[in-house]
Design a protein around this ligand. Structure first.
Ligand code: FDA
Length: 299
């Protein structure tokens, strides 16, 4: 099956867009801002929190980066006027990190002004290791100015434990995930079990240092260990939230976490870039390509 999936993944760009959309719509909350906002309302009604992400990355020109910035500003306004329980997650390269530091900083500043005006929170997603220092430095700079901001740490990087322990833990808000980019084995743990061990080591440190953690994972084995750690250290549910990607099956864990009184935040991607995003996801994970074929034959 994996070989077949690999073959399918090379054919993906030639599959009809409509078919790809059949796959994508499970993971993407539509193309328009309105469809994403409706999805959030729906999730809020069921007790879930949300974080909203406009799909896209590696913006190449000033005017596109500026347009994305304005869309994020507009989103904060809509979240506020509709009283949604939702913050924003954005990728540095989407708002200009590849163009110049000045462009990125200027756009980030505009978004932060709006996020502060409406008393919301901003999460800077973590991209590949090329941007790790860039992102952490930008996060530290804004945090030192008192901005309500957080970033993301990836348990698969050797450097991560050190990066986190170097930060002042006071009022620190991080998302902890495994990491999704292909990295060189020199800088990254490749063994899945060892990634989980590092995840738990970092999480234990964070809990013991009173750091607020967005625990981002769909791994149910890891989830068991996390629940045990929460109980062992008697962590207040005010000090963490679970975070999941929109559409990823959680085999009852989302409901279980809500029933336990834990917060669950759903990461909701949307936007015109859904096609590129889905193709990339499919190419990165040929196993998912098999689902496309199943969809082909579904009634
Ligand atoms: P694992 O990879 O073991 O997956 C567990 C199960 O979930 C498997 O059955 C798998 O098939 C399924 N699954 C996982 N992801 C799926 C997907 N997208 N579609 C369908 N099934 C899926 N990474 C990063 O580098 N920078 C970041 O800023 C973020 N941000 C982020 C936010 C949130 C809310 C989440 C949940 C994840 C991220 N990630 C991320 C991605 C993260 O690093 C990681 O790659 C994925 O979550 C997969 O790792 P898991 O911990 O879920 O375990």
């Amino acid at each position: 099956m994996p070989i077949i999936n690999k073959m399918i993944s090379t054919l993906i760009p030639y599959l009809p867009k409509l078919l790809i959309y059949q796959f994508a719509k499970k993971y993407v909350a539509g193309v328009s801002q309105e469809s994403a906002l409706k999805t959030i309302q729906n999730l809020n009604d069921q007790g879930y929190l949300a974080t909203l992400d406009i799909l896209g990355e590696h913006t190449e020109d000033e005017s596109s980066a500026s347009s994305i910035t304005n869309q994020y500003i507009q989103l904060y306004k809509e979240i506020n006027s509709r009283s949604l329980d939702c913050n924003i997650s954005l990728k540095p390269t989407h708002i200009g990190a590849d163009i110049s530091l000045d462009t990125y900083n200027a756009n980030l500043k505009k978004i932060i002004i709006e996020s502060e005006r409406v008393n919301n929170f901003l999460r800077i997603d973590m991209e590949s290791s090329k941007y790790t220092d860039f992102t952490i430095n930008s996060f530290i700079r804004e945090r030192e100015r008192g901005v309500n901001i957080g970033t993301v740490f990836q348990a698969y990087l050797f450097r991560t434990y050190n990066d986190i322990t170097k930060l002042d833990p006071t009022n620190l808000n991080i998302r902890l995930c495994k990491g999704i980019y292909k990295e060189h084995p020199k800088i990254c743990i490749n063994d899945r079990k060892k990634i989980n061990e590092n995840y738990m080591k970092i999480l234990r440190y964070a809990f013991q240092s009173n750091i607020y953690v967005g625990i981002a994972t769909h791994d149910t084995t890891l989830m068991e260990s996390i629940h045990k750690l929460i109980k062992e250290l008697n962590i207040s549910n005010e000090m963490f939230e679970f975070q999941v990607l929109y559409g990823v099956p959680m085999h009852g864990w989302n409901k279980k976490n809500l029933d336990n009184g834990y917060k669950v935040r759903v990461y909701i991607p949307f936007g015109e870039d859904w096609y590129k995003y889905s193709i990339r996801r499919l190419k990165e994970n040929p196993d998912i390509a098999g689902y496309i074929i199943k969809n082909l034959f579904k009634k």
